[in-house]
Ligand binder design. Structure first.
Ligand code: ZN
Ligand code: ZN
Length: 248
């Protein structure tokens, strides 16, 4: 079962395609489970000019409506393609504490299938580096840690990696391996991902803990999509005996 749990549509300021185009590219690429995870900043503010306006915070009350509207749209896409692909309704959360990036405290996303949390290891994040507390605030059945060198993060908190991953497994928190290779990211490859697939000790810790690991392309343009790359890394995880979210 091939999963891509990280993708963007035009709901993200940086995304270029309709949800249909993203779904169809995944179907064509042989993906079985596709997670659509637009940036909360795009979903909640809809327009870049609105988001960047100095008084954008005044409109925080619209977040509930726009979160629901985005979910409803992705849900329609899920229904439309349900015989061809399983689409998960996700959202990627920027947690940088600059007053407008993070979800407003009142915003409910618990009805989404999952969320991806980014900036966990940033110096100024509303998570304060604590994914366990923030996952509770998110309230989704599954929470993924994206764009993060988790082993480095765990070490910086003075915690034991095995214990940390065990707790992740217990609390339905997974680690996303971002395998992006596209124009919008200047063909940058995440070092933590390469490192993980080269380090048997780290693989062993994650496997023994039972923590889930996902693969995501972080696609922003269907023209750049490399489904074979997604397949390759899904197969690597499978060969390592590491479980993925939504695996049956
Ligand atoms: Zn983006
Ligand atoms: Zn992303």
């Amino acid at each position: 079962m091939i999963q891509d749990l990280h993708s963007h549509t035009y709901y993200s300021f940086c995304g270029g395609d309709t949800p249909e185009q993203v779904a169809e590219a995944a179907i064509k690429g042989g993906i079985d489970v596709l997670g659509i995870t637009d940036h909360n900043t795009g979903v909640c503010y809809c327009r870049l000019d609105f988001y960047t306006a100095p008084d954008a915070q005044r409109f925080g009350g619209t977040a509930e409506r726009t979160l629901r509207r985005y979910y409803d749209h992705i849900n329609l896409i899920r229904e439309k393609y349900r015989d061809k692909i399983e689409i998960k309704r996700g959202i990627e959360l920027n947690t940088t504490d600059d007053g407008r990036n993070p979800l407003p405290d009142s915003a409910d996303i618990s009805y989404y299938d999952y969320c991806l949390v980014e900036c966990l290891d940033s110096d100024c994040t509303v998570t304060r580096g604590d994914i366990f507390a923030y996952a509770k605030r998110c309230g989704t059945p599954l929470v993924g840690i994206a764009h993060t060198d988790l082993f480095r993060h765990i070490r910086s908190r003075g915690e034991d990696p095995y214990e940390y991953f065990c707790r992740m497994a217990e609390e339905n928190i997974f680690w996303e391996m971002n395998v992006s290779y596209d124009s919008i990211h200047n063909y940058r490859v995440h070092g933590y991902m390469l490192d993980f697939f080269a380090d048997e000790e780290k693989q062993d810790i994650v496997r023994r803990s039972g923590a889930l690991v996902s693969i995501g392309f972080d696609g922003h343009r269907v023209g750049d999509y490399l489904p074979d790359r997604i397949r390759e890394y899904n197969e690597k995880l499978h060969a390592l005996g590491i479980k993925r979210p939504f695996e049956k």
